[in-house]
Design a protein around this ligand. Structure first.
Ligand SMILES: NC(=O)c1ccc[n+]([C@@H]2O[C@H](COP(=O)([O-])OP(=O)(O)OC[C@H]3O[C@@H](n4cnc5c(N)ncnc54)[C@H](O)[C@@H]3O)[C@@H](O)[C@H]2O)c1
Ligand SMILES: [Zn+2]
Length: 239
């Protein structure tokens, strides 16, 4: 079994999604425009605003919830091979999922990267500089522009990361997609890859997705209850 998670698994931990009813972009569509890599590199004002937003990003105070923990149970029961996530909050690892099995399609906000020399720095170190008054802190090694170690719009996914996700989607018997609007590609396309390879597709999401009609099972319920219940059912069935 392979699992794909999106922002909807972390809303119960206090991190808003983008496209749900309370989503960051549903409420402020301009934020999506400012999230492109070209705008970020070209406009110091966009970078300054981005550093301020990172300073108060809800991921840093967030705790994993029962849905994250249920996927740890699935792993420990030997039923879950890969955990592919679109999330950048690292709550799966904090919940106890083995880090080497978590495929972070869109990177992590808990590290910073230099766009010139690729230096990776723990995000708290860079945020401390922002707090101390550097509103757009340059790379300590080369002076280049820094950003979070996440994939911005207009940036390609890392090929080895996407390759691992494709492998996981194409080689599973069941592909479970949780808390994603399944509208961002290539992540959403993993559902199609799994189906093409003969897997069953299970979707857990409050709102409809473009893949619902291809799914073997669609659970339109709150993830905090629905996912632990599904995991229990799967573990019981495997006994
Ligand atoms: N926690 C995070 O790390 C985080 C948060 C926001 C956005 N993002 C990034 O933004 C992109 C967003 O795409 P996406 O498809 O992951 O999210 P999305 O915002 O496009 O879709 C989230 C879906 O989850 C559903 N949902 C939200 N809370 C739910 C709940 N408690 N129960 C059931 N359903 C619920 C919403 O109805 C929505 O359809 C991702 O690529 C990700 O990198 C990450
Ligand atoms: Zn650098």
């Amino acid at each position: 079994m392979s699992v794909l998670t999106g922002a909807g698994i972390s809303t119960d931990s206090g991190i808003p999604d983008y496209r749900g009813p309370q989503g960051v972009w549903t409420k402020n569509p301009q934020a999506a425009v400012n999230a492109t890599i070209d705008r970020y590199l070209a406009d110091p004002d966009v970078r300054r605003a981005s550093w301020q937003a990172r300073l108060t990003h809800p991921a840093f105070g967030a705790e994993p919830n029962g849905a994250h923990r249920s996927l740890v149970d699935l792993e420990h029961a030997g039923l879950r091979r890969a955990l592919i996530t679109q999330n950048i909050d690292e709550l799966h690892q904090l919940a106890g999922s083995a880090p080497e099995k978590v495929i972070e399609l869109h990177g992590t906000i808990r590290r910073a990267e230099c766009v010139s020399c690729d230096l990776i720095t723990p995000m708290p170190e860079v945020l401390a500089r922002v707090s101390a008054g550097e509103d757009d802190p340059p790379c300590p090694r080369c002076g280049g522009i820094q950003k979070s170690n996440t994939i911005s719009f207009g940036q390609a996914l890392k090929s080895e990361v996407l390759g691992a996700a494709l492998d996981a989607a194409r080689s599973c018997d069941v592909f479970v997609a949780v808390g994603s609007s399944l509208t961002v590609h290539p992540a959403a396309g993993l559902c199609g890859e799994a189906l093409d390879a003969g897997a069953q597709l299970v979707i857990v999401n409050a709102e409809p997705t473009p893949y619902d009609s291809f799914a073997d099972r669609v659970i339109n319920e709150p993830i905090g209850q629905a996912l632990p219940a599904l995991v229990k059912e799967l573990i019981d069935a495997a006994r």
